[in-house]
Write a protein that binds this ligand. Structure first.
Ligand code: MLT
Ligand code: ZN
Length: 461
């Protein structure tokens, strides 16, 4: 027999598409963490902003919690529905609504996949420059909810930089149109920025007007091999000084081994401990000479021990695969993920301490390091040995995360650079944000979502 709450939802929103099959509940109830058992009440797939508002009003009348849902590629449990919530999937709201060549903006519905947004911008002669490996599956609404970063932050910044205007449905079903896509708007609190990164706890992003950039310049990709972690920031400084960097990413030999086992091509005959993928603008002789000069300087200093530069787009893609393929290649080990950041100036000292902490704490686990080193953002993935149960493994890792959080506190860093707090990093929030700030979080949520129905239990309790 159907749940009476769903009967009332059907009456309240007569045209609403709902899914209740067990396979659907499982599919839409989890994200890439795969840590919680999905148990949503049902999946609602609204086709319009009005339907989202009607669902929210119904949720208030019936006391049902809502989990806003994009592509569910998140790594912090932000889109998990494990407690009888109604999942509100934006996947049917996936169209371009408008393009303005004068304003250079693209207005889209929140369920549009990032890659489709990038293609839509390209077809119009411009670019949406935020980019990362899950581009084909994640949605722009989810990107906005987590202020997603990725591989080009060093050049273009985070999602936050590219949101000109937002339409958001609040916890009471009100529709807010935020910032009117204005470049300048000094008329009070910027609620648009408050919504960005709020992980679906303050409102449901339903539409966004995105700022577009010039098409990217022609680029080359270099893969560098480094002898030690200590030289990483020196190579970064040398390259940043000489080149217009579009990306500067690093990974370790352990990461490379997993990607190669997953089908990527060996880049060098020899194995080295650390690697960097650098993408930089070319197009004139001066830029090409600068790239060679940066490389040669690194070799002379002994910071770089080998290197290859892409000769074609296909080769550039092959080199990128070594970095972008890491997440997928380690997924079968259910990695415990750390996504931490410090200011770039703090990176050398932070790296030294963290290497020691991780080395001492995990003598027996396979630890894979990679990340957006040019943004001060490290991903430290600890892989679960097959013999370990999920709960024991997570408990062992969480003890170390506590120490890492203390270290981040000392270095004034963040426990979540770009993946969000969600459920996974909630116990460590107070190492990054003060008690006063978190008290304000709670107060703000009370105003926008008085009944606490929007993604409850995520970010903070
Ligand atoms: C990445 O940089 O590849 C993403 O943040 C995903 C991950 O950390 O696994
Ligand atoms: Zn990342």
């Amino acid at each position: 027999m159907s749940d009476p709450r769903l009967e009332s939802l059907r009456q309240a929103v007569p045209e609403l598409r709902l899914k209740t099959e067990p396979g659907d509940l499982e599919h839409y109830g989890r994200d890439w963490t795969r840590r919680w058992t999905p148990a949503p009440l049902a999946i609602a797939l609204p086709g319009s902003v009005e339907e989202v508002q009607e669902i929210m009003r119904w949720a208030n009348a019936n006391g049902v919690a809502i989990v806003p849902s994009g592509g569910r590629t998140g790594l912090s449990g932000g889109a998990v529905a494990a407690n009888g919530e109604l999942v509100l999937s934006l996947e049917r709201m996936n169209r371009v609504l408008g393009f303005d060549p004068v304003d250079r903006t693209l207005t889209v519905q929140a369920g549009m996949p990032l890659e489709a947004v990038q293609n839509a911008a390209k077809e119009r002669g411009l670019a949406y420059p935020v980019d990362f490996a899950s581009r084909g599956s994640c949605s722009i609404g989810g990107n906005i909810a987590t202020n997603a970063g990725g591989i080009r932050v060093i050049r273009y910044g985070n999602t936050r930089e590219w949101i000109a205007g937002l339409s958001v449905v609040t916890g009471t079903g009100e529709l807010l149109e935020l910032n009117r896509a204005l470049v300048k708007n000094s008329s009070g609190y910027d609620l648009r920025q408050l919504m960005i990164g709020s992980e679906g706890t303050l409102g449901i992003v339903v539409e966004a007007t995105l700022r577009l950039a010039d098409p990217p310049p022609p680029t080359n990709v270099m893969l560098l091999a480094l002898p030690s972690f200590e030289v990483l920031m020196q190579v970064f400084a040398a390259f940043r000084e000489r080149l217009q960097l579009e990306a500067f990413e690093f990974f370790t030999d352990r990461a490379l081994e997993h990607v190669l086992a997953h089908g990527a091509q060996q880049p060098f005959e020899q194995v080295y401990p650390y690697y960097v993928v650098a993408e930089f603008a070319i197009g004139d002789e001066a830029r090409e000479a600068a790239a060679m000069a940066a490389f040669e300087h690194g070799m002379e200093q002994g910071w770089i021990v080998d290197g290859v530069i892409s000769q074609s787009d296909a080769q550039a893609q092959q080199l990128w695969r070594l970095r972008e393929g890491i997440t997928e290649s380690v997924a079968r080990y259910k990695p415990y993920k750390n996504d931490v950041s410090v200011r770039i100036s703090r990176m050398p000292a932070f790296l030294r301490e963290t290497q020691k902490l991780i080395g001492d704490s995990y003598p027996d686990f396979d630890v894979v390091w990679f990340g957006h080193i040019g943004d001060g953002n490290l991903h430290i993935n600890v892989l679960k040995p097959d013999a370990w149960g999920d709960a024991d493994f997570i408990a062992a890792c969480e003890k170390v995360t506590r120490l890492l959080a203390d270290e981040l506190q000392r270095h004034e860093g963040s426990i979540s650079a770009e993946h969000g707090i969600g459920l996974v990093k909630k116990p460590y929030l107070l190492g990054t944000r003060s008690a006063e700030e978190v008290a304000l979080f709670r107060g703000i949520k009370k105003v926008l979502d008085p009944n606490g129905l929007l993604n409850p239990g995520k970010l903070f309790d």
